[in-house]
Design a protein around this ligand. Structure first.
Ligand code: ATP
Length: 249
């Protein structure tokens, strides 16, 4: 279980995260969407969870342990992995080479336990697995910068996945992806998360996607939690609906 307990973050006078207490994670993983109008504090919350920002007060607790003292890279080793709104891939490397760097980085921890040839085989087979799961097999020898945006995004998420997350936090995975590719991208991410029991937490602005794929929705507004529940709250919670539509402050 990943928990935010009474997290507060201020930028000067602005309270970007206001006493937020939320939990993520079921035994078999879940798909959680964080929604809210521009400036609601969605990215700030993700940055606090992953350690890119330190809270002014409150704590981040992973499986019962306060991880506030851990750097972002140390949190990755604990299974807390994030990807950014802007794709972070090695542009001049092929899809396969990119995925290999992620798998090698994850294995850096255990490298001494393998002989070179065993390790080589295991790495390549982990890369094959990612290519298949993220439906990138046809593209494996293509250079990242030439990929359509949807596949670049999938490559980016696949690289995060190569780091063996228990919790995968995605900042707007469908941002900049064409309408035709959006469903393919989100469907693939949801499918892989479900198959591996990974809890995926995604910031999302497209309410059709949230309705279709969420196990749970957390709505933020002015830094605080406005509502939380199954995707039906998008219809049934009138205030929440109006805030998301931008017709109520
Ligand atoms: N580093 C910073 N310094 C000052 N203000 C910041 C900083 N980061 C975020 N903010 C402010 O904090 C508030 C919350 O920002 P945040 O990016 O978390 O919102 P968001 O819900 O992710 O918005 P969007 O949907 O537009 O990405 C905003 O008013 C933003 O301008």
């Amino acid at each position: 279980m990943l928990e935010a307990r009474n997290l507060t973050k201020r930028f000067g006078k602005l309270v970007a995260t206001d006493d937020v207490t939320v939990e993520f994670g079921r035994e078999d993983g879940e798909m959680v969407f964080i929604v809210g109008p521009n400036g609601a504090g969605k990215t700030t919350l993700v940055n606090l969870l992953t350690g890119l920002l330190s809270p002014d007060s409150g704590s981040v607790v992973l499986d019962g342990t306060d991880i506030g003292g851990l750097r972002p890279d140390e949190r990755v080793h604990e299974g807390l992995v994030r990807s950014f709104q802007v794709v972070h891939v090695f542009e001049e490397m092929t899809v396969r080479e990119n995925l290999r760097t992620a798998v090698l980085s994850e294995r850096g921890k255990t490298r001494s336990a393998f002989s070179f040839s065993d390790e080589h085989e295991e790495v390549e087979s982990a890369v094959d697995d990612l290519l298949d799961r993220f439906r990138l097999r046809d593209r494996e020898h293509e250079v990242a910068e030439t990929l359509p945006h949807g596949d670049r995004k999938l490559l980016d998420v696949a690289m995060s996945f190569g780091l063996d997350p228990k919790y995968l936090l995605l900042d707007e995975p469908t941002a900049g992806v064409s309408a035709e590719e959006t469903e393919h991208v989100i469907e693939t991410i949801v499918e892989v998360g479900e198959a591996e029991g990974v809890t995926t937490v995604a910031i999302e602005h497209d309410m059709d996607i949230v309705s279709a794929y969420a196990d749970r929705v957390i709505a933020l507004h002015r830094g605080g939690v406005l509502g939380e529940g199954g995707p039906s709250i998008l219809e049934t919670d009138d205030r929440l609906r109006r805030v998301l539509l931008g017709v109520e402050e």
